[in-house]
Write a protein that binds this ligand. Structure first.
Ligand SMILES: Nc1ncnc2c1ncn2[C@@H]1O[C@H](COP(=O)(O)OP(=O)(O)O)[C@@H](O)[C@H]1O
Ligand SMILES: [Mg+2]
Length: 247
């Protein structure tokens, strides 16, 4: 069964069609990258999957369950996590405190079972695991506002992973990054557990071709092509309209 299935999805803003009969299947653990020019409808598509934007028609299924029109909170509890291009970290708290807060939100109830001391220990252990997973080393006491831009974006992914999602949505995780920060982010994403499916919007072709199992090209709200990176690179129509290659 697909981790994520999108069926005949449509969305318009007035007369502007931003999602035009989109159909997509993401397998469990698949790394799927969406590319397309500015205004193609990439963010709108991810917003519909995350529940921030309601589709006009069509269906979105997570592990076979229809989540179309559900609230962002309910969708995240179904195992769909996301980061935002806008930073949503607590700037005056430490790395570990941010991760603990994200864990409190997601794991609060199940951990009520433990005595407070054990609960704290369990949260701390998991927060440290997350910190390592997003390559933030072992010094969790650094205040977030003192982290570099790239490190803050790494931490955002750690926050998204706190709920132990099955699907991670990333909207341009390397935007605004230096080449060195981009390289670190690619390494981080490529190293995430294979149990996690990733649907990611990205414009940097180096990132796209080093991370993606499959690539989808969006163009004026429509899927122009879906395929392996090699298939997409060889696709004449994609080269013509997106990669700017003339024949
Ligand atoms: N809330 C909105 N109201 C009206 N138009 C919007 C809204 N959100 C996005 N759009 C328009 O929809 C189109 C697709 O936007 P978006 O999904 O952000 O594209 P992308 O992420 O591919 O650059 C753009 O033309 C954008 O201006
Ligand atoms: Mg966008």
């Amino acid at each position: 069964m697909s981790a994520l299935r999108i069926e005949h999805l449509n969305r318009s803003f007035g007369s502007l069609v931003v999602t035009d009969d989109v159909n997509l299947d993401i397998a469990p653990g698949e790394r799927h990258v969406i590319i397309g020019p500015n205004g193609a409808g990439k963010t709108s598509l991810v917003n519909q999957i995350g529940g921030q934007l309601a589709p006009s028609s069509g269906h979105i299924l997570v592990d076979g369950t229809d989540i179309t029109g559900h609230s962002p909170d309910r969708i995240s509890r179904m195992g769909v996590a996301r980061t935002f291009q806008r930073n949503n970290l607590f700037q005056n708290l430490s790395v570990i405190e941010n991760l603990r807060l994200a864990l409190e939100v997601r794991l609060g109830k199940p951990l009520d079972f433990f005595r407070p001391a054990d609960r704290n220990a369990a949260l701390m252990t998991r927060a440290k695991e997350l910190m390592a997973q997003v390559h933030l080393g072992s010094d969790g006491d650094r205040t977030v506002r003192n982290l570099s831009y790239g490190e803050q974006r790494q931490l955002e992914i750690g926050m998204a992973l706190a709920g132990d999602p099955k699907i991670l949505l990333l909207d341009e995780p390397t935007s605004g990054m230096s080449p060195a920060e981009t390289a670190r982010m690619i390494e981080l994403i490529a190293g995430l557990p294979r149990s996690l499916a990733i649907l990611m919007i990205e414009h940097d072709m180096k990132v796209v071709f080093s991370v993606a199992d499959r690539v989808t090209v969006l163009y004026y709200g429509k899927i122009l092509a879906t395929g392996t990176p090699d298939e997409i690179q060889a696709n004449a129509r994609v080269r013509e309209v997106y990669l700017g290659v003339r024949h």
